[in-house]
Design a protein around this ligand. Structure first.
Ligand code: HEC
Length: 207
C-alpha cells in the first residue's frame, strides 16, 4: 500500500516538474488565468470624448457637480485686446502678501526677466544687447503707472514683442514677480497716468 502511494507521489512530482518546465511562464506577462477573462485584463473603458450608451445624457465625460470648485491654474476670463488690459487693471488684484511675494519675485525676475529687462530693469539685458528690440525701462513713468492687474495681463498674454509667460510662470509666480517689480519701482510721479497707485520703492534696485 505504502509503496504504491510513494510511486504515485513520485509520478505526480515528476509530472508537475515536467509541466512547470514545459509551461515556462514569462512572469513579465499578465497571468494566463486573467487572459481567459480579457475584459478584466483590458477593461473596456470609454474614451472621454466618445458617446456613451450607458449614461443618461449619452456623453462619457460628465459635467462636474454644480458648485464644484476648480483646482489649479484658472484661465483668465479676459480677452487679449488693450481694452481688456484695462479691465484687468480694474478686476485683478494681487492676492499675495507683498512683503513675502517680492522675496520669491526677486528669484523669478532673476530667472525669467533679466535676459531682456536687465538686472537694472532698464531694458538692457543680454537679449536686447544681441539685437532683440529693447523693452522699455520698467522704472519709466509708463511702467510705474501700470497697475498690478495690467502687469498680470501682460505676463499672461504678452504684449507686442513681450512674450506670454503663462506657461513658464504659475499664477503665484506671476503675482510674485509683479510684487517685486512694483517694490523696485520709484513712486508714481504722474498721477494721471496711474490707474492704481504704485508702491514706494524699498531700495532693492537703483532708480
Ligand atoms: C524676450 C524678452 C523679454 C522677456 C524675457 C521679458 N520681457 Fe517684458 N517686455 C519685453 C518687451 C520687448 C516689452 C515691450 C513690449 C511692447 O512693445 O509693448 C516688454 C514689456 C514689459 C512690460 C510692460 C512695460 C510697459 O511700460 O508697457 C512689463 C510689465 C514687463 N515686460 C514685465 C516683464 C516681466 C515681469 C518679465 C519676467 C517674467 C518679462 N517682462 C520678461 C521683453 C521681454
Amino acid at each position: 500500500m505504502m509503496a504504491k502511494l510513494n510511486w504515485a507521489l513520485t509520478v505526480l512530482l515528476v509530472a508537475s516538474i515536467a509541466i512547470l518546465l514545459w509551461v515556462r511562464r514569462n512572469y513579465g506577462e499578465p497571468n494566463i488565468q486573467v487572459e481567459i477573462l480579457p475584459n478584466m485584463a483590458h477593461s473596456p473603458a470609454y474614451a472621454s470624448f466618445t458617446p456613451n450608451p450607458v449614461l443618461p445624457d449619452g456623453k462619457t465625460l460628465q459635467l462636474p457637480v454644480p458648485g464644484t470648485l476648480p483646482r489649479g491654474p484658472q484661465p483668465l476670463d479676459l480677452g487679449t485686446t488693450p481694452a481688456e488690459t484695462m479691465h484687468a487693471a480694474e478686476q485683478l488684484k494681487n492676492p499675495l502678501d507683498p512683503a513675502k511675494a517680492k522675496v520669491r519675485g526677486a528669484v523669478v525676475y532673476q530667472n525669467f526677466c533679466t535676459p531682456c529687462h536687465g538686472g537694472s530693469m532698464r531694458g538692457d539685458g543680454m537679449v536686447p544687447q544681441h539685437g532683440f528690440p529693447a523693452p522699455p525701462s520698467l522704472l519709466s513713468a509708463h511702467s510705474v503707472g501700470l497697475s498690478e492687474g495690467q502687469m498680470f495681463h501682460i505676463l499672461t498674454y504678452g504684449q507686442n514683442k513681450m512674450p506670454s509667460y503663462a506657461v513658464q510662470l504659475s499664477v503665484d509666480d506671476r503675482w510674485s514677480v509683479i510684487a517685486y517689480v512694483k517694490s523696485s519701482q520709484p513712486a508714481a510721479t504722474a498721477p494721471a497716468a496711474t490707474p492704481a497707485a504704485a508702491t514706494v520703492p524699498t531700495g532693492g534696485i537703483a532708480k
